[in-house]
Design a protein around this ligand. Structure first.
Ligand code: SF4
Length: 303
């Protein structure tokens, strides 16, 4: 394990310098060992990721963003999870593969990158051949991703904001737009344009997600314009309409829009802009299933 990256920790753009191997914790709350809240087949990702057999999702505890509207509070803010060694994590990856998973889906792993990379290496040495998906909030350091080049086959970053003010007020990360764009440049440089197999499953590539926030369609449209301008159709895009106000949001945020769901009209406006821009590889969500339906049980299953 590359101790230099975590002691002091500079794994993410916060570079908060916590000496994690000596017991300190930084902004994200992660310690000196991996903790995870769930490992199971997951059927709610985009069709090219979940396919018919499911994505082998491992949900890691803690988060380097902790957005005020976070949809996975129990693991990101509360840090729920069970400690797991790299040997055990490698076994978990192999178990998910043996259950038929199309890929290993590493959900919010930035603060555990060296451990996760080591576990993937061990699993590959023991026969793991399915792609590894790096599923991220998008607040990543391009320099760190470069250091792990060759580890991941698919990148699935959020691109939450292009506005520094919004990023600062909702995620305490005014530099998010700059860092996320540089990180996605690096991700695409590593994978190249997407490779999709005959069954419609992604084997490599970049899929950018944007959760459309109620009252913030202008921001969503700016995100789409940036994607079109910078990466064109080399990336896939997923527009999510599943925003759900979580308990306590009113105390954490003064924006009253975030206390309600997204309307169909707001979502349609954003989807229409994606079409107008000529984005070809866009996933949209249909229907109005409650966003809570997309939130898995974080109870330690599979860990
Ligand atoms: S990963 Fe966590 S401890 Fe490391 S720099 Fe980022 S916020 Fe700080």
């Amino acid at each position: 394990m590359n101790e230099e990256l975590v002691n002091p920790c500079r794994l993410c753009p916060r570079k908060c310098g916590a000496r994690r191997l000596e017991g300190e914790t930084g902004f994200c709350g992660a310690r000196d060992a991996v903790t995870a809240a769930r490992a199971a087949l997951h059927f709610w990702e985009e069709p090219c990721i979940s396919g018919t057999r499911g994505s082998g999702a491992v949900f890691f505890s803690n988060c380097n963003l902790r957005c005020v509207f976070c949809q996975n509070d129990r693991i990101s803010r509360e840090g729920f999870g069970l400690e797991v060694s790299t040997e055990k994590l490698a076994q978990i990856f192999l178990s998910l593969a043996s259950q038929g998973a199309h890929n290993i889906n590493l959900v919010t792993a930035v603060h555990y990158l060296p451990w996760v990379a080591e576990a993937l290496k061990k699993a590959r040495e023991s026969g793991l051949i399915i792609p590894a998906v790096y599923n991220s909030g998008g607040y990543e350091s391009a320099e760190i991703l470069k250091a792990f080049r060759g580890t991941f086959d698919i990148y699935m970053p959020d691109l939450k904001y292009v506005s520094r003010e919004l990023a600062a007020s909702l995620s305490a990360a005014g530099d998010y737009p700059r860092e996320a764009v540089a990180a996605i440049d690096e991700m695409l440089d590593q994978t190249g344009p997407a490779v999709i197999d005959g069954e419609g499953i992604m084997k490599s590539g970049v899929l950018i997600r944007h959760l459309v926030l109620p009252g913030h369609t202008r921001e969503a449209i700016s995100v789409l314009r940036l994607i079109r301008e910078r990466w064109g159709n080399d990336v896939h895009v997923s527009l999510l309409n599943q925003y759900t106000p979580m308990p306590g949001i009113e105390q954490r945020c003064t924006d009253p829009n975030l206390s309600r769901r997204l309307t169909a009209r707001e979502y349609d406006k954003v989807v229409n802009e994606a079409i107008r821009l000529g984005l070809e590889n866009v996933f949209i969500q249909e229907g109005s299933a409650s966003g809570a339906d997309f939130i898995p049980e974080f109870d330690g299953e599979g860990i």
